[in-house]
Design a protein around this ligand. Structure first.
Ligand code: ATP
Ligand code: MG
Length: 561
């Protein structure tokens, strides 16, 4: 991890995985851990994967070992080069580096094939001609044992011949599989003669048409771990039922190492779906604009929204690593983002729902530049000039004609501070025929330049504003949760739970300095939230994404007086 992206290192609570690795080093079992992150390139990485990445790379880093990036590319029907490229970009963005250790399960196809023949020769695997439906029907249930396949007792010679002909492409997809011969009555269904190879006549992104049989995940994974001398194969909890098969294969093959698998809880977040199958469907059916739509929980989407990688790492660290599944409140993620951006983001002024203000006693045709602080949390961020003039925009919600008692912002007769500028007093609200307030007539006190009155009088509100003459129009995309309930899909239909209001597009007025921004690092729109330039932005028409809102604008207004 590079120095400038490395998170501050608060004392991290220990977790059972670190304890295991630390004990293995203490006992001399290993000198350093070798872990791996094994994505299947059938979609973009999401924040659940970020947990697996942080755990695997994090432990390797902490104990002086290394972590491999290995593509689990065993199903050419679903995998694409676009996903392979995106995965590398995303892991790097998160701040991790696999160095020379980039691998593919497909690198091992020849070795895996040879070991499959070895299983056949040892009487531990057979070719099954049953259909997928027949195999499913004879697998049994949690309470009933399965039934042996009528092909289970084929001779070694016949099995070898059939398996070689499978490889040679003699049989269509789905007509035969190679199965391990373990135990159809095993309590663990994964041990009931699991499939090891299936026929798929689809070109593979790396091996082309060289193969038409592909190893199943369970067969490829553990053996790939062994080939790479992985010491600790750290994966999410749903793989714990596969562990006996993982071990059976390692024990029955002449593999060069004996990796061990350990499972940790998956990351689940409220209002969020972390499953590539569904994310793929949202993209395909146009529920979102793409894998990097800022509403998506993908790392590409989160990045486009303006979230810094350090906030993702901080979130994962705070969630911790446990053995029991749980659901994390999405508010915790937002809080991590806000906390980091509060320290790092430059402040600017932007008005999202504009109301025109005319300062009657400010000379027509005049304007001036006022000094504004870039980040009160970071003096080294310096200051900038903001233009001020006779006509301004403020937020509609900062004015009330008949305010309740505790409303200290603008109302007829009320004096407030315009941040970095002057005190102004509202004299009159101009209305249209329908009675809507369309303009405020105000006066300013020239003696309050910079925002303080020489006579010491106080105002209770400080408001942001933008000079109308200098304002830059921008498209502002306000994102809300992609789902309208915390547990999308709980009633069985994930798509029905999509939030119809997950995106609101408005036209805002920006101070001119914002139009010059090109980098995607988020900035703060004072009193509103954090926003980042979207790649759709052009010099003529800036586009900003809301990264996250401020916690409580009301409290901020009241404290600012
Ligand atoms: P999905 O269910 O989204 O398709 P997956 O597990 O099939 O995810 P893989 O590409 O196979 O996707 O995942 C690579 C690694 O990421 C696996 O080791 C898996 O354990 C881990 N992983 C995936 N989702 C999560 C999650 N929500 N929390 C923690 N780890 C996860
Ligand atoms: Mg998977």
């Amino acid at each position: 991890m590079s120095a400038e992206t490395a998170p501050a290192a608060p004392a991290e609570p220990s977790n059972f995985l670190r304890d295991i690795v630390s004990d293995d080093i203490a006992s001399g079992r290993h000198t350093a851990p070798v872990t791996r992150f094994p994505p299947e390139p059938n979609g973009y990485l999401h924040i659940g994967h970020a947990k697996a990445i942080c755990v695997n790379f994090g432990i390797a880093e902490e104990f002086g070992g290394r972590c491999h990036l290995r593509y689990d590319d065993t199903n050419p029907a679903k995998e694409e080069q676009e996903y392979i490229d995106a995965i590398e970009t995303d892991v790097r963005w998160l701040g991790f580096d696999w160095g020379q250790h980039l691998y593919h399960a497909s690198d091992y196809f020849e070795q895996l094939y040879a070991w499959a023949e070895k299983l056949i020769e040892d009487g531990k695997a057979y070719v099954d001609d049953q259909s997928a439906d027949e195999m499913r029907a004879s697998r049994g249930t949690l309470t009933e044992p399965g039934k042996n396949s009528p092909f289970r007792d084929r001779s070694v010679a016949e099995n070898l011949d059939l398996f070689r002909r499978m490889r040679a492409g003699e049989f269509p997809d789905g007509t035969r599989v190679l199965r391990a011969k373990i135990d159809m009555a095993a309590g663990n269904i994964n041990l009931r003669d699991p499939a090891l190879y299936r026929i798929i006549h689809t070109p593979h992104p790396r091996t082309g048409t060289q193969w038409c049989i592909y190893p199943m995940y369970d067969y490829a994974h553990g053996q790939s771990d062994a080939i790479e001398h992985i010491t600790h194969s750290l994966c999410s909890l749903e793989y714990s039922d596969h562990k006996p098969l993982y071990e059976w294969l390692l024990n029955n093959l002449p593999v060069p190492a004996q990796p061990r698998q350990f499972e940790f809880a998956r990351l689940n977040i409220t209002y969020t779906i972390l499953s590539k199958r569904y994310l793929n469907l949202f993209v395909r059916d146009g529920h979102v604009k793409g894998w990097d739509d800022p509403r998506m929980p993908t790392l590409a989407g989160i990045r486009r929204r303006g979230v810094p990688a350090a906030a993702v790492r901080d979130f994962i660290k705070r969630v911790g690593v446990a053995r029991a599944n749980s659901v994390v409140d999405v508010a915790m993620f937002d809080a991590c983002v806000r906390e980091l951006l509060n320290k790092t983001a430059s402040r600017y002024m932007a008005v999202l729902k504009p109301l025109k203000v005319v300062i009657e006693n400010y000379p027509e045709g005049q304007s001036e530049e006022l000094e504004a602080v870039n980040n009160p949390e970071d003096p080294s961020a310096g200051s900038r000039k903001v233009p001020f003039g006779r006509e301004l925009y403020i937020e509609q919600e900062d004015f009330m004609e008949n305010p309740p008692k505790k409303f200290f912002r603008l109302s007829p007769g009320q004096e407030v501070r315009l941040r970095y500028a002057y005190f102004i007093t509202c004299r009159e609200a101009v209305k249209d025929a329908a009675g809507n307030v369309i303009e405020l007539r105000c006066t300013y006190d020239p003696a309050t330049k910079g925002g303080n009155a020489p006579d010491g009088r106080k105002v209770k509100a400080t408001m942001h504003w933008v000079s109308a003459q200098h304002a830059v129009n921008a498209e502002v995309r306000l994102y809300n949760a992609l789902f309208s309930r915390p547990d999308p899909g709980a009633d069985g239909d994930v798509v029905a739970d999509l939030n119809p209001n997950s995106l609101e597009v408005i036209e805002g007025k920006l101070e001119p300095a914002l139009a010059a921004l090109t980098e995607t690092a988020a900035v703060q729109f004072e009193r509103i939230g954090y926003f980042a330039v979207d790649p759709d932005s052009t010099p003529a028409k800036p586009v900003f994404n809301r990264t996250v809102g401020l916690r409580d604008t009301w409290a901020k207004v009241q404290n600012a007086g």
